[in-house]
Design a protein around this ligand. Structure first.
Ligand code: UDP
Length: 386
């Protein structure tokens, strides 16, 4: 009998999985999404008032080092060569972010060469920290306390709602420190934004008669899905189990929408590093599509808050207690045979788009091979959980 699959969630995880399953197997796929649109948090839509393509759930810049992932996404639409150049406001002055030679020279009022800047940061960095155990130690070891307090302490406290020494060092490792004038926010080989937005890319991924999508359809735990060969769940792991071990910690983001004439801030993203300013960043979407002309502009102030039961979970906090709870949920899930879990929410990780896409492709291949060879089906898309 032809396998019939159900995928809960139509973000990149669900869309890539559907696309790959129909390539690998003679099957049909139903997708459900509880929202009124497909695409999950990568959904893009033109703003009615301005005509500007808006990343509805915050800025998404595609970047990867993996050629096969870049070619895969480009097979569904054209990406432009947008380079993300961010500025950060700290104590009334504007600097380039990530920290680079220009940031260092501006901040310390110097004219350092790359070697001089490296030696200077080496001299002010905390040499007592051998293996940074948390975000704060990672910063103090590599950039010293002045730059840490100017650019990271306040922003991170607002973003994560806790002291940076309670957070893993891996969060800071996302951002480079450079001793040249390269101010590209990302260090990857391939970077860009799809000309027609991310939703158009995902629509193409699932544009096949064997895939059908139902919007405004919420998966309720315990629902009878017995007429499907297998279910793939990409929603929050704790919700699948009705929070039986408690709620995994997430930060949510509240977006305050504003309109203005012309150009509001001159670039797509301005970070606000001072603790006294309640929002973390201001994102002006017209700058993601510089090839388009728009008289008006739309921008959003982003406020980070603790996630309540009705909020959308964005950033997994992954504090110690969360990781213990995650382990319990995973053990529970491993006992089931008819459901697999993949993606940012179902694996409770801070993932970028290229990471999500790569993992969904690998998972679909692994799953297809197991199904064809009658092997036990994989439950999670990742094995390393911490
Ligand atoms: N961060 C910061 N100051 C900045 C930018 C980032 O302190 O100006 C910290 C903050 O803790 C943030 C982390 O670095 O959560 C990772 O930043 P990234 O820009 O990768 O976050 P995202 O774009 O995923 O929100």
């Amino acid at each position: 009998m032809t396998p019939r699959f159900l995928i809960i969630g139509s973000g990149f995880s669900g869309s890539v999985l559907a696309n790959r399953l129909i390539k690998n197997l003679d099957c049909t796929v139903d997708m459900w999404d509880e929202r009124s649109h497909a695409g999950g948090n990568c959904h893009t839509e033109r703003d009615v008032q301005t005509g500007i393509m808006v990343h509805q759930y915050g800025p998404h810049i595609f970047n990867t080092d993996r050629k096969e992932i870049w070619e895969y996404v480009n097979s569904f639409g054209t990406f432009n060569n947008y380079v993300h150049q961010v500025k950060a406001l700290s104590k009334g002055r504007i600097y380039p972010m990530p920290v680079n030679l220009f940031t260092i020279n501006q901040f310390f009022n110097k004219t350092f060469s790359p070697q001089e800047a490296k030696a200077y940061l080496g001299s002010i960095a905390d040499k007592t920290i051998a293996n940074p155990a948390n975000f704060e130690e990672q910063a103090l070891k590599f950039i010293g306390k002045e730059l840490y307090h100017a650019f990271f302490y306040g922003y991170t406290k607002k973003q994560w709602g806790c002291e940076p020494n309670a957070l893993p060092a891996s969060i800071l490792k996302r951002i480079p420190v450079r001793f040249n004038y390269d101010d590209n926010y990302h260090s990857n080989v391939y970077t860009g934004i799809p000309i027609d937005g991310y939703s158009a890319i995902m629509q193409k991924m699932i544009a096949d008669a064997r895939i059908s999508i139902t919007l405004n359809k919420k998966f309720i735990p315990g629902m009878d899905t017995g007429n499907y060969t297998h279910v793939f769940y990409t929603g929050p792991l704790d919700a699948y189990f009705e929070y039986s071990y408690g709620r995994l910690g997430y930060r949510t983001v509240s977006f305050e929408k504003h309109y203005a004439e012309g150009d509001f801030q001159g670039l797509s993203q301005m970070n606000y590093c001072d603790e006294t300013i309640p929002y973390t960043r201001v994102v002006e979407h017209k700058h993601f599509t510089p090839w388009e002309q728009h008289d008006k502009t739309i921008y959003f102030k982003e406020y980070s808050c603790e996630t309540g039961p009705k909020d959308i979970p964005y950033y997994p906090k992954r504090l110690h207690a969360d990781k213990m709870m995650l382990q319990q949920y995973r053990l529970y899930a491993e006992k089931m045979q008819s459901v697999s879990f993949l993606g940012r929410l179902a694996t409770y990780r801070y993932m970028d788009m290229h990471h999500v896409i790569g993992e969904a492709l690998d998972f679909a291949d692994r799953f297809s091979n197991c199904l064809k060879s009658n092997q036990p089906l994989p439950v999670f898309s990742n094995t390393e959980i911490f």
